[in-house]
Ligand binder design. Structure first.
Ligand code: C5P
Length: 398
């Protein structure tokens, strides 16, 4: 059964510019067959009209001060309360236990899970007062989704953007147990670029950020898999519930994967592994004495092909970052490496691929190729996890 079907969601909207995304959030919740009631704070009405929310299928509850117990009724009705966007102000009011409008009174009166999607200027988000309020709320069991990093309405760039509606939906799916289809499955995911040292100061690497692999590790863990994430150097934090093994070079990554070979049911190779490494790693820093420099490179092990060659072998998923005719090249790669599924992505298109937050992929198995539209890597990761679940022996469809 779809995890949101029939679930009763109260969406609290507070006064941030990100409120303009909430009709889309309501639409996505309704498509997922949730029942949605909306409570708007007074300032939220400056950013989104009640009529727009009603038009996409939400019941907008008015904050009237008449007789009756609207806050108690809503608090009891809700299976979950989601506040999106959650401003610094509402976080401080929730932390303080304020009850001075319908939204905060309802939050105080409910036993339903409370999820918040913060949205504010990056300095407000980093302010010790906001940090302390968030820590207090998290300690009381409030679930946070986001905020994301990036360009902000105020012109700044940094953490504080409200998570996309798909992310918020993902949190509710996890809450209501889309999880579980991969329980008992040991998954190993490689991610990021490898670094092949030339001397103590320099080496060869590539532009992979690791975002796709980390998002996949998180998505598989959300479905209950025991996930080992073997990652080259990245700036990313370990996803919750995932066992992170940091490595540097391709050979280290290969050794770490190989150590898991007896127990792995699923192998996802999202890392951008260097194909070659310097034959010799110099003990001392190379001097620029000569006009030209020749470095001899030797082939690195193909970790994915090695894993695909195991008997019995895990279900294997590879990536193909390509330019030009991506699909044809990826089909050939799938067959050559003997893997179950390959995720092809162009790296010569603006806005998608290696370093960014979005990706556009073509999913290719031995029978089919499906081109997906560009989407945030986190959303693609969740969709890929579902595709893997469908194909994995031993698991049921989500
Ligand atoms: O052969 P190519 O590098 O194009 O294949 C890409 C796929 O193979 C990716 O899934 C990548 O993680 C994996 N790979 C690997 N070990 C290598 C090179 C690539 O696991 N040495």
């Amino acid at each position: 059964m779809p995890p949101l079907r029939g679930r009763r969601v109260v969406l609290g909207i507070t006064g941030g510019v990100a409120a303009y995304k909430t009709p889309e959030l309501v639409r996505r919740l309704r498509t997922a067959e949730a029942v949605v009631r909306v409570v708007l704070s007074r300032s939220a009405r400056q950013f989104v009209a009640a009529g727009a929310l009603a038009a996409v299928g939400a019941e907008v509850v008015e904050d009237h001060r008449g007789p009756g117990m609207v806050h108690i009724d809503l608090a009891r009705w809700a299976d979950a309360i989601v506040i999106a966007p959650a401003t610094a102000h509402v976080l401080s009011r929730l932390a303080a236990g304020a009850a001075d409008d319908l939204l905060t009174t309802m939050c105080l009166a409910t036993e339903a899970p409370l999820c918040v999607a913060p949205a504010m200027n990056r300095i407000m988000w980093m302010n010790p007062a906001t940090r302390a309020n968030c820590a207090l709320l998290a300690g009381r069991g409030v679930r946070f989704v986001g905020p994301d990093e990036g360009a902000q309405a105020c012109g700044d760039n940094g953490p504080g953007r409200m998570s996309e509606p798909g992310e918020i939906l993902g949190m509710l799916e996890r809450l209501w147990g889309a999880a579980g289809a991969l329980r008992g499955i040991n998954a190993v995911v490689t991610a990021g670029a490898t670094y092949e040292a030339l001397d103590p100061a320099r080496g060869f690497t590539n532009r992979s950020s690791g975002k796709m692999g980390y998002a996949l590790a998180a998505a598989l863990a959300d479905h209950g898999a025991a996930v080992t994430l073997i990652s080259g150097p990245t700036a990313l934090p370990a996803p919750p519930g995932v066992h992170l093994i940091p490595v540097t070079s391709a050979c280290q990554m290969r050794d770490a994967v190989w150590a898991c070979r007896g127990t792995m049911d699923l192998f996802v190779a999202a890392a951008a592994v260097a194909d070659y490494r310097p034959q010799t790693v110099l003990a001392d820093k190379l001097k620029k004495d000569a006009h030209t420099l020749t470095v001899t490179l030797v082939r690195n092990p193909d970790i994915l092909a090695e894993v695909a060659g195991l008997t019995p072998r895990p279900f294997t998923v590879g990536f193909a970052a390509e330019t030009g005719d991506v699909e044809t090249k990826a089909r050939a790669k799938r067959a050559r490496k003997g893997i179950d599924l390959i995720v092809a992505n162009p790296i010569d298109e603006a806005g998608v691929g290696f370093a960014g937050d979005d990706n556009r992929v073509i999913l290719i198995d031995k029978d089919h190729a499906a081109a997906w539209t560009a989407a945030p890597k986190t959303e693609i990761a969740r969709a890929l996890a579902r595709e893997i679940i469908k194909r994995l022996p031993r698991t049921a469809s989500p």
